[in-house]
Ligand binder design. Structure first.
Ligand SMILES: NC(=O)c1ccc[n+]([C@@H]2O[C@H](COP(=O)([O-])OP(=O)(O)OC[C@H]3O[C@@H](n4cnc5c(N)ncnc54)[C@H](O)[C@@H]3O)[C@@H](O)[C@H]2O)c1
Length: 429
């Protein structure tokens, strides 16, 4: 099939490469000319395991190309995926500017019946709005559908080849048939529904996962108060098949480009439907409070005085496997610690170049041992597996004080204490 993917970010680029690999003719379209130049050269502008090879392979076999011009990329497409960003406004409300801009530009360039599929995460009223916007610009027949994306950064390629489910939301029989045909090589349960339900599935999924995280963080606080161990509580809780173990890791809370913004968007969307989503507001509030809780743990060790203390962050990206710093917990920790006068250093296996671009006011190191030399405390922020195999005896000698505050309950607490570290986790003994 002939496909155009509008927006070649984390979702769009993976979508384009995967459909190209499955034998379709795919064009990745983006308004960012620099990005298109990089992609055309077979390079990818962010870190995502396996994606570079897939992009190169599909460019070389002639199935994938890139372009920055709607007039070239749109007319021949049978199916267009909108994968542009939906970042939040400063007040947390959703901003659909990029989606609407893309829809207007698509409408001006379609020449024959086209199926326009929204993959970006958008509120459930967006399908109707796109229909209106496009109808105003063209008389050419088109359908709107929604295929929300569930990939996870860090394993996006594997997730796209082996999705947990394929949600197809549309009111059109023709659109449904086209999307079933396109997804035919992918093995996964299909959920066929209307556009609004498809979009609500995506919001509800992220809201539910965020809820699990805030729930376990609340239980962790209780563990700290009574001397219980959240690791054991999570283990015992997660073995209940009705609950499951995933997303029950206490720590610094959720970040990233999706959970925070989607939770805020769902709260805003609900308010527009006259529903006060109080419950989700609490989930968000608990998540925000985890940063202060973590900082209090550091203060407790140094009896409140962090001014002039050198603290080293291990990990900057919002989770392991990516260099994405959008809404990363590290940024909030850095902001608060700089305000109270701490000297900060940081290291990350892949996110140092992205962090340099943000000018965080933090000394950045590729090498964790260098980052930890002379530090008063190690702050574990992102649970990169490489941090499990560091030489902690060597690190203890390099550090000024043997203090570890583990924001993810990730490092081996027992062993670290045994070699003389003062170790604090979130809800752990
Ligand atoms: N990143 C994830 O893990 C993930 C997972 C599931 C869903 N989503 C959702 O998918 C959407 C895209 O997310 P992302 O992380 O890929 O975003 P991103 O910021 O990485 O990429 C968006 C791309 O869209 C391009 N763009 C913006 N306006 C455009 C226009 N008018 N025409 C063409 N290109 C345009 C930008 O230049 C950018 O390259 C969001 O709605 C997000 O919530 C993201």
């Amino acid at each position: 099939m002939n496909i155009t993917v509008v927006g070649t970010g984390y979702v769009g680029l993976v979508t384009a490469a995967v459909f190209a690999h499955l034998g379709n003719q795919v064009c990745g379209l983006d308004i960012d000319r620099k990005k298109i130049k990089t992609l055309t050269a077979g390079k990818i502008p962010f870190y995502e395991p396996g994606l570079q090879d897939l992009v190169k392979k599909t460019i070389n076999n002639g199935n994938l190309k890139f372009c920055d011009d709607y007039k070239t990329a749109i007319p021949q497409a049978e199916i267009i995926f909108i994968c542009v960003g939906t970042p939040p406004k400063i007040n947390g409300d959703y901003d659909l500017k990029y989606v609407f801009d893309a829809a207007k530009a698509i409408a001006k360039s379609i020449k024959k019946y086209t199926l326009i599929v929204i993959k970006s995460t958008v509120p459930p009223s967006t399908g109707g709005k796109l229909q209106e916007i496009i109808k105003k610009q063209t008389r050419i027949p088109f359908d709107i559908a929604s295929c929300p994306e569930f990939l996870r950064e860090g394993c996006a390629v594997a997730d796209s080849f082996h999705p947990s489910r394929i949600v197809i939301g549309t009111g059109s029989w023709k659109a449904k048939e086209l999307l079933l045909k396109l997804h035919q090589p992918l093995e996964a349960p299909r959920v066929l529904c209307d556009v609004a339900s498809a979009q609500l599935i995506k919001y509800a999924a992220n809201a539910f996962l965020a809820t699990k995280i805030s729930f376990i963080n609340s239980i962790a606080l209780l563990c700290d108060k009574i001397g219980a161990d959240i690791l054991k509580v999570s283990e015992g809780l997660g073995l209940d098949p009705r609950i499951g173990r995933s997303f029950l890791n206490a720590g610094l809370g959720y970040g990233g480009s999706c959970f925070p913004k989607d939770i805020w968007a769902l709260i805003s969307f609900a308010a527009r439907q006259d529903y006060d989503f109080d419950f989700l507001k609490k989930v968000d509030q608990i998540n925000k409070a985890q940063i202060d809780y973590f900082i209090q743990k550091i203060k407790d060790v140094f009896v409140g005085n962090l001014k002039g203390k050198t603290l080293t962050l291990l990990g900057l990206s919002f989770k392991p496997g990516t260099d994405d710093l959008r809404e990363a917990r590290s940024l909030l920790v850095i902001d608060k610690l700089l305000k109270i006068g701490a000297k900060l250093r940081a290291t990350d296996p892949v996110a140092i170049p992205a962090a340099r671009r943000l000018k965080l006011g933090v000394e950045l190191f590729q090498n964790p041992y260098e980052a930890l030399t002379g530090a008063h405390a190690l702050l574990l922020i992102t649970e990169w597996s490489a941090y499990l195999t560091l030489d902690y005896l060597k690190i203890k000698k390099l550090m000024r004080d043997p203090v570890i505050i583990d924001g993810r309950n990730f490092l081996p607490a027992y062993e670290l204490k045994k070699i003389g570290f003062i170790y604090r986790g979130i809800g752990t003994k």
